[in-house]
Design a protein around this ligand. Structure first.
Ligand code: XMP
Length: 497
């Protein structure tokens, strides 16, 4: 019988597979440009209603983003997404902590009572970490203000005297509509450091401090909401409407449906329910295909992409499923762009070049975990192994992380006592890197260099203008330092990554 080599069937047809690419498979084709990298505008949208000033998000992982990271990210113009390995009450407190940081008018003001002793007030101020306090009566009306300077002489000779004796009773106050500039002018004019904010009945409603105003000035590129508070994102499980409503009420700006496979139709139902229950924008993820994007784009305020590209992920090896990230982003962006819905590329970014490639493939912003896990602002302490400093970094699908939370990001029930988890992530350590600010500086600076090479002055121009070339493995080797011994470490390149 003659052999027909062109014959195919149901299964051999399946092997005629499309190619899917990831970061190392492509490079941006250099183009004519008048863009100076430092002038490239990196502002972007995370979701339909939320804008940030640098296109970077920190991952919702328990070794990456808690309030300290979220505050630092927003101060630098990006967005931190709080993880959800904590109970709802703790999540609400974390959102409030971010919203309170850098606020012009402090709302939970530490106040003193006129009948308290000076000694008491001194101890209270120490405990609360403040250096002065308005003195109010039972109705909350401002009677005076007391500071460390007022207290000091009394501590020597009369620390049992009452606050009313020691306080300054000619208080300079301002109304709710005070601007930072007007508050500063009052402070300079009267040589004071704090101005209580009062209503028409002289009742205390807040406090403006010199330190607060100066701090806000320092972070002029910060990502803020319309009231001037730092922006914050929060991860919520697809079936956690209660958590979603609670963090929404606490002031979260964007909720991120936190699921490894958001094309599960039950997850989509849960996400829709959450979308209908909250005011904040809702980003749905993770997905990695055109079809998944089509199924969420009608209600999602943003779509997050990444099935298994993360540095600590084992999803692809454990489950055999996944999508190389550049192709995944491009497929989703094809659909999302038509509906004007932002796309976030989540996972697998090791270098600033990967981040701008993700944007070129259609992402509006990128999310990173390992890049930030070694910074001071990430949770956890610095550990030393063989004389080198590290911080712990673990997948949210690792055994350790699932034990401290649950497995529902991976759509798994908690195992019975004698059973084991089937993890989709590992526990690792990241070299200690110092401050987030310097890491972000390298990341954003590198992305801007990429914008210069492709002649794109904005993130949307990168998406529109850039073109890819395919890289062979020889081309890849050529692209990294080669045939030399590196003598000094560069701040933005490590051969181990
Ligand atoms: P990078 O590469 O920046 O990736 O460290 C961070 C992203 O990885 C995802 N993630 C996981 N994926 N198993 C996975 O398959 C895990 O245990 C895991 N934990 C986090 C997540 O999307 C994160 O933003």
């Amino acid at each position: 019988m003659e052999r027909d080599s062109t014959r195919t069937g149901q299964y051999t047809d399946k092997l005629r597979v499309p190619e899917a690419l990831t970061f190392d498979d492509v490079l941006l084709r250099p183009k004519e440009s008048r863009v100076e990298p430092d002038e490239a505008d990196v502002s972007t949208r995370v979701s339909t209603d939320v804008e940030i000033n640098v296109p970077i998000l920190s991952a919702a992982m328990d070794t990456v983003t808690e309030s300290e990271m979220a505050i630092a990210m927003a101060r630098q113009g990006g967005l931190g997404v709080l993880h959800r390995n904590m109970d709802v009450e703790a999540a609400v407190a974390e959102v409030e902590r971010v919203k309170r940081a850098d606020e012009l008018v402090i709302r939970d003001v530490v106040t003193a009572d006129p009948d308290q002793t000076v000694r008491d007030v001194d101890a209270m101020m120490e405990r609360e970490g403040v250096s002065g306090a308005p003195v109010t009566d039972d109705e909350g009306r401002v009677l005076g203000i007391i500071s460390g300077t007022d207290i000091r002489p009394y501590l020597e000779v009369g620390d049992r005297d009452e606050v009313r004796e020691a306080m300054t009773d000619e208080v300079i106050t301002a109304g709710e509509d005070v601007t930072p500039r007007a508050a500063l002018e009052l402070m300079y004019e009267h040589k004071i450091e704090r101005v209580p904010i009062v209503d028409d009945d002289n009742r205390l409603t807040g406090l403006v401090t010199m330190q607060g105003i100066l701090q806000r000035r320092e972070y002029e590129n910060a990502a803020r909401d319309e009231d001037g508070h730092l922006l914050v994102g929060v991860a919520v499980g697809p079936f956690e409407t209660d958590r979603a409503v609670a963090v929404d009420e606490a002031g979260a700006d964007v909720l991120f449906i936190d699921c490894a496979h958001a094309h599960n139709m039950n997850v989509i139902d849960g996400a829709r329910e959450i979308r209908e229950s909250v005011e904040a924008d809702v980003v749905v993820g993770n997905v990695g295909t055109r079809e998944a994007a089509e199924d969420v784009v009608d209600f999602a305020d943003g779509i997050k992409v990444g099935i298994g590209p993360g540095s600590i992920c084992t999803t692809r090896v454990v489950s055999g499923a996944g999508m190389p990230q550049i192709t995944a982003v491009a497929e989703v962006a094809d659909v999302a762009t038509e509906h004007d819905v932002p796309v976030i590329a989540d996972g697998g970014i090791r270098y600033s070049g990967d981040a701008i490639k993700a944007v070129a493939a259609g992402a509006d912003a990128v999310m990173l975990g390992s890049y930030f896990a070694g910074t001071d602002e990430a949770p956890g302490r610095v550990i030393t192994i063989d004389g080198k400093k590290y911080k712990q970094y673990r997948g949210m699908g690792s055994v350790g992380a699932m034990q401290s939370g649950d497995g529902d990001r991976y759509l798994k029930d908690e195992p019975d006592e004698e059973e084991e988890y089937v993890p989709e992530g590992i526990e690792a350590a990241e070299p200690y890197k110092g401050s987030l600010e310097s890491e972000l500086h390298q990341l954003v600076g590198g992305m801007q260099s990429g914008m210069g090479y492709v002649g794109a002055g904005t993130i949307s121009e990168v998406k529109e203008r850039s073109e890819f070339v395919r890289v062979s493995s020889a081309g890849q080797t050529e692209g990294h330092p080669h045939d030399v011994m590196i003598t000094d470490e560069a701040p933005n390149y490590s051969p181990n990554e």
